[in-house]
Design a protein around this ligand. Structure first.
Ligand SMILES: [Zn+2]
Length: 355
């Protein structure tokens, strides 16, 4: 009930601000801020057709969001925006960020940014670039796309050598939830031992005729693509670790290796301006810890973004910067309200309508 009421109040407040134009006034009243949008892919059947819908936006939708926000706010990169806000910028800004480094970022996002005259930050996993290999979740998505969530979960239940994981998957199948794809991925991500999960998934992937290199070529950019983004002048390239593990599940040394290793190859290929900003894989507060933040700083990054909602202001912790996740269904009035400081204004009054 409380949750419902909150959602209703959020709609009322943000629609009101947006449709009356009052958001422009709020923007003038509130201190300068940076809204960082976060996504993964621009929808493109040939490259990301097999990826889950919540990782994609259509070109039309993304262009509409950027044009609407871009009429009032400069569209900057995360690193540039963060530095400007910390240095006392007088205007608020919006930054688009895309995680992992998918192929559409070059084929669809680059021309889109040229059309709207904007910039973006792409956070790159380094292993797909260096070894043309993908992390476990892409084998999982591929399997679900080829079979379906139920069959994929059943195969995993049989193949995985860890008894607890197998039992968890069996119970999920028994409950047969509507969001089985999502729930089974959560079990594999947070509950299954990584070694047993990866080994079983590799076996199933091969048995089903999967080709890891071909999959990587299809969905991820290669270095040539990344260099094209870099030389366009519209992209900041940031770090997103080597393997895209949940950092909080690793030791401090392993975390340092993941974060530093990801930055080293970026700087090697693109120079120092590629190693400014970092995104924690998955980005929820339980996905990283104090050792992750230390690793980010030690590796030489200036800031790190999470996937918790909010805006960056002068006092924000540079190693835990908020971002606003966007997909096809994200309402424009929510984004405008966050960008103008509308939700922050309410928080000042003791009302928190977000998260
Ligand atoms: Zn990611």
């Amino acid at each position: 009930m409380k949750h419902k009421l909150k959602g209703w109040a959020r709609e009322l407040w943000s629609r009101g601000l947006y449709h009356t134009g009052l958001w422009r006034l709020v923007d003038r009243l509130m201190p300068p801020r940076l809204l960082v949008l976060a996504g993964h892919c621009v929808e493109e059947e040939a490259s990301n057709g097999g990826l889950p819908a919540d990782m994609k936006l259509s070109r039309g939708r993304l262009e509409y969001i950027l044009r609407t926000l871009g009429r009032r706010f400069p569209l900057v990169s995360v690193g540039a925006g963060q530095r400007a806000i910390a240095a006392g910028a007088e205007r608020s800004m919006v930054a688009l960020s895309m995680d992992d480094g998918y192929a559409d970022n070059r084929s669809a996002l680059l021309p889109l940014l040229e059309r709207v005259d904007g910039k973006a930050t792409v956070y790159l996993e380094s292993r797909p670039l260096e070894e043309r290999r993908v992390n476990w979740s892409h084998k999982w998505f591929w399997l679900i796309d080829k079979l379906d969530a139920e069959q994929a979960t059943r195969l995993m239940m049989v193949e995985v050598t860890d008894a607890d994981t197998s039992e968890r998957l069996r119970r999920l199948l028994e409950e047969a939830p509507g969001d089985l794809a999502y729930r089974s991925k959560r079990v594999l991500k947070y509950e299954a031992p990584a070694g047993a999960r990866d080994e079983a998934l590799d076996r199933i992937f091969q048995e089903q005729g999967g080709d890891e290199r071909a999959l990587c070529e299809r969905i991820y950019m290669d270095w040539e693509d990344v260099r094209a983004l870099h030389s366009s002048g519209r992209f900041e390239l940031g770090g997103h670790t080597v393997h895209h593990h949940v950092l909080s599940t690793l030791t401090a040394e392993e975390q340092a290796e993941e974060v530093r290793g990801g930055r080293e190859v970026l700087v090697r290929e693109l120079g120092e301006d590629a190693g400014v900003s970092f995104a924690y894989p998955f980005g929820r507060r339980w996905d990283f810890d104090a050792a992750s933040a230390d690793a980010v700083q030690a590796a030489g990054f200036v800031g790190a973004v999470t996937t918790h909602a909010g805006v960056v202001t002068k006092g924000s912790d540079p190693l835990r910067l908020p971002r606003w996740m966007i997909d096809e269904d994200t309402p424009i009035h929510h984004l405008v309200t966050e960008a103008c400081g509308g939700f922050a204004l309410l928080r000042r009054l003791g009302i928190d309508l977000v998260e």
